[in-house]
Ligand binder design. Structure first.
Ligand SMILES: Cc1cc2nc3c(=O)[nH]c(=O)nc-3n(C[C@H](O)[C@H](O)[C@H](O)COP(=O)(O)O)c2cc1C
Length: 177
């Protein structure tokens, strides 16, 4: 039986729509960070709001980000082979709203959507206002359907002061589910 756009599998006997709503609520309950993902290929640079990021190994130090196939950032990641993760201060939730569409790049002012950036060693942009950051080289790509998981090795890091970091729960936003 087809359930329209709903993504299975469904446990036996459940109402697909009710189950879909419940499953989404539980997925949204997963505690999440909220970051800006900086990508770069050639002259092009982008920053994008992203919550699917986590450390995935200690030796080597690797961090993974999951990015929608249709995003401009996906193309830059595949081409450029690098990314930088900017961690924002807890008061900076407005910045997370600013980067949900491909950003306008002003290379002369070194700004994306009017926000200043620094260029990491890999070439990926780090938000100038970031509290902390990680610069990564992509080591693996895993296709997951709607998204691709990019696993990056940390090649540089900065910040690290004892400052509260923005999380998803500090906003009214959600993603995925
Ligand atoms: C709160 C929030 C979290 C997001 N997290 C992700 C994410 O983890 N992965 C992803 O691919 N898109 C995520 N997005 C969506 C992207 O920010 C959005 O699709 C963006 O338009 C894609 O950017 P790009 O086309 O500039 O690369 C999130 C959006 C919001 C509002």
């Amino acid at each position: 039986m087809s359930h329209g756009d709903l993504s299975g599998p469904f446990p036996e006997g459940v109402d697909p729509e009710g189950y879909d709503r419940l499953r989404r609520r539980v997925l949204w309950q997963l505690p999440m960070g909220l970051y800006l993902l900086g990508t770069s290929a050639g002259e092009a640079k982008n920053l994008m709001t992203l919550n699917w990021a986590m450390q995935v190994s200690t030796r080597p130090k690797q961090v993974a980000v999951s990015v929608e196939s249709s995003a401009a950032s996906h193309e830059l990641l595949a081409e450029g082979g690098c990314f930088a993760l900017s961690l924002l201060g807890r008061e900076d939730r407005a910045l997370a709203r600013k980067f949900v569409k491909p950003a306008v790049h002003d290379p002369v002012a070194r700004a994306l959507n009017g926000a200043g950036y620094e260029t990491a060693a890999t070439g990926a942009p780090i938000l100038a206002a970031a509290v902390s950051w990680l610069d990564c080289e992509v080591r693996q790509q895993v296709r997951l359907g709607s998204h691709t998981l990019f696993v990056g090795e940390v090649v540089a890091a900065g910040g690290g002061q004892d400052t509260a970091i923005l999380r998803m729960e500090d906003t009214r936003m959600s993603y995925g589910g």
